[in-house]
Design a protein around this ligand. Structure first.
Ligand code: TYD
Length: 686
């Protein structure tokens, strides 16, 4: 689309902000976003102040500002898009900035009251509609294609990132306005005027930046056509309706935005009822966004053991619970703290939702899905933001009294927040059900395990109808013999048994085994060793173990994940957490129902081996000691899932101990008389 220069075909161009024209546009955008947020805060606050006195009128007046902000988008949206494609974009933006400057300035200058506030707001919004598509269409003119995504991320960052800054600024300006009131009579009693002046100046600054931005092509290089809103919505609905994941995401996001809208819509009234002024309103607003930013930043790193889909749904449910607390606890400081938490929950849901679409929705549908969600989010937000204060106003102020004594205040704003909370919690649960990918694993247990840094196996899940028993132990411990004996015993009980081992139970696994155990590869790095074992295991789980479990078979495996934790984690001194994570990923979280550890001192085990030592067997004794200690530690940490048997006992004694334990976990009672099929197997080298 653009011609960023000849060299870029071969090398990746530098960071998008190193591009001077884009940097200038981006700065203008940041300044404007800051102005937009300041505008929203100042106007809602001013509308409240102008109609102060009557709770109901005040709520309706604030709602009015939001309606007026939403109307132009519905009426003028498609027209403004076409305008941006036809006329000089730089001039469009410049003229729009000047117009916004004049309109916003007129509000404090004329002191004209609520009607003009509405008219001016409406006009500013109309102008915005021309500015935004002109800007969006300009970005691809300034930025090479490979950097477009990065540029869009930066745009998103300033669109939302400036909100907390604006909130802080608004709080500071309100306080400053109060203080200056003593010196400048004009500012006396007009708390929001200073904020509106700064807001107007922001648009002027942007006008200047855009005017000096001569790199925007005069005639459009590309005709960027945006499909009509209607077509977009229809196409989006088709896809969204047919896809479980996206349906869940959409439901969840609507809930999150509805809850957010409820907060934005009634925050001013609620903060007022709690005794806070404009500054406190600004702080609450800022708290939500600060929380959101941190949620977006930390969300992806949170609770890695938990499925992302579950975290998405849970964070929305959590947002609902926090919102309910906000509605019910009438204390400004606590409300501010909870607002941070609320923002964080929403931020986590937002970033995870976005990432999931990026990862799981096919490329050709992704753009539309994103844009669908964006428009849906906007419509929901504006709708709720409009309806919420109106609803709060209609309900009015109420006190719950017992025996004539007022004990608790439940105003319209509290009620609206409670409804928002209910919607969010309900919708979060619905999203959880829609897109759950770990059916059969109770959510509470899953969450609890994730908090402790673990991942639960999908018990009772469809694939786990069979039973999975793993054998572990050091070299020459006798586990190979014992696993075979157990397999025979189980078959004799009439079970369908799959006896298998690691490494090397699949086609690819056999080649990996050759690499891993061949003494020729003495210098193999510890990390590649761990990855190769994990690769063998991934293949093993997918091709052998899961299919067997799925059909209800008993799987008996000679070695599994614990071998990697012991040999690569403790033996090779890799970070045990890393090894666990890689293996968790490789196996999709499949954990054995029972692990039998045959605990044999290496000094005994190693002497049992015959033939030439392989790469691992030829490690020094301390290596094998470390491995043994780790096996024992693993068993001790989760005793219920392990059977530890002394490997120096007689072979049939060991078998009996194993059978006794396995009998306890078998799905059906096993007849006792079938116990004695042991003792005749030749000793097989471990
Ligand atoms: P194998 O000949 O199957 O021996 P064993 O009788 O001990 O099972 O070789 C497997 C070797 O691979 C063994 O020395 C242990 C090692 N190993 C690891 O280091 N990490 C692992 O994850 C697995 C499965 C095995």
């Amino acid at each position: 689309m653009t011609s960023p220069g000849r060299g870029t075909a071969r090398r990746k161009p530098p960071h998008v902000l190193a591009n001077a024209p884009f940097r200038r546009l981006w700065t203008a955008m940041s300044v404007c976003s800051l102005g937009d947020w300041l505008n929203l805060l100042a106007l809602t606050a001013l509308a409240g102040n102008l109609t102060a006195g009557d709770y109901r009128t005040q709520s309706l007046a604030i709602g009015g500002v939001f309606v007026v902000k939403m109307l132009p988008a519905i009426v003028l949206g498609p027209l403004a898009g076409a305008f941006a494609d036809r006329f000089d974009r730089r001039l469009t933006m410049f003229a729009a900035d000047l117009a916004r400057f004049a309109l916003v300035l007129s509000i404090p200058l004329t002191d004209a009251g609520y009607q003009w506030l509405l008219v001016a707001t409406f006009l500013v919004e109309c102008v915005n509609l021309f500015w935004v598509p002109a800007k969006d269409a300009t970005v691809p003119n300034l930025v090479p294609k490979e950097r477009l995504e990065e540029a869009n991320q930066l745009n998103l960052l300033v669109t939302y990132g400036t909100a907390p800054v604006a909130a802080l600024l608004f709080a500071v300006l309100s306080v400053a306005g109060d203080a200056l009131g003593a010196l400048v009579p004009y500012l006396d009693g007009r708390d929001t005027h200073l904020a509106l002046l700064v807001n107007a100046l922001a648009y002027l600054a942007s006008a200047f930046l855009i005017f000096t931005l001569r790199d925007i092509p005069r005639r459009n290089v590309t005709a960027v056509t945006t499909p009509s809103v209607l077509r977009q919505i229809i196409e989006g609905w088709r896809f969204v309706g047919g896809d479980r994941l996206v349906r869940g995401l959409v439901i969840g996001m609507i809930g999150a935005f509805a809850a957010g809208g409820a907060v934005v819509g009634v925050a001013k009234i609620y903060v007022g009822a709690l005794g806070g002024g404009d500054a406190a309103y600004g702080v609450v607003f800022g708290a939500v966004f600060a929380g959101m930013a941190s949620g977006m930043f930390f969300g992806p790193r949170l609770l890695r053991g938990l499925s992302r889909r579950r975290l998405f749904g849970l964070s929305i449910v959590a947002a609902g619970l926090v919102l309910a607390a906000i509605a019910l606890i009438h204390n400004l400081v606590i409300v501010v703290l909870l607002a941070v938490l609320l923002g964080a929950c929403a931020g986590i849901a937002w970033i995870i939702g976005y990432t999931m679409i990026g990862l799981e929705v096919e490329d050709h549908l992704r753009g539309r899905t994103f844009s669908f969600l964006q428009s849906l989010a906007r419509v929901t937000l504006l709708l709720v933001v409009t309806v919420a204060p109106a609803l709060a106003g209609l309900y009015g102020e109420h006190e719950v009294s017992v025996g004539g004594e007022p004990v608790y205040r439940l105003d319209g704003s509290n009620l609206v927040l409670l409804v928002g909370a209910l919607v969010a919690a309900g919708v979060g649960l619905l999203a959880l059900r829609q897109m759950d990918d770990r059916r059969g694993v109770p959510i509470a247990a899953d969450l609890f395990a994730a908090v402790r840094g673990r991942r639960l196996a999908p018990e009772g899940a469809e694939e786990a109808r069979g039973m999975f028993i793993a054998f572990e132990g050091g070299e020459g411990s006798g586990k190979t013999t014992q696993s075979r004996l157990l397999a025979i015993w189980l078959r004799d009980q009439g079970f369908d048994v799959v006896q298998t081992r690691e490494p090397g139970s699949t086609k690819v696994g056999m080649r990996l085994r050759a690499i891993l155990l061949d003494a020729v590869h003495q210098g193999l790095s510890a990390r590649s060793e761990a990855l190769l074992y994990a690769a063998d295991r991934a293949e093993h789980v997918e091709k052998v173990i899961r299919p067997a479990l799925h059909r209800g078979a008993m799987v008996v495996s000679d070695r599994y994940v614990d071998s990697s934790l012991a040999y690569q984690g403790a033996g090779r001194a890799l970070d045990p957490e890393d090894v666990a994570r890689v293996n968790d990923w490789a196996t999709g979280g499949l954990v054995p129902d029972l692990t039998v550890l045959i605990d044999t001192p290496p000094s005994v085990g190693l002497t049992r081996l015959g033939g030439a030592a392989d790469r691992i067997e030829s490690e020094p004794l301390e290596f094998h000691e470390r491995v043994r200690r780790e096996f024992r530690a693993l068993a001790a940490a989760d005793a219920g899932r392990y059977l530890v048997v002394d490997g120096t006992l007689a072979q049939d004694e060991i078998s009996r101990l194993i059978q006794d334990r396995v009998r306890e976990v078998l799905p059906d009672p096993v007849p006792r008389e079938a116990e004695d099929v042991t003792g005749t197997m030749p000793a097989i080298r471990d």
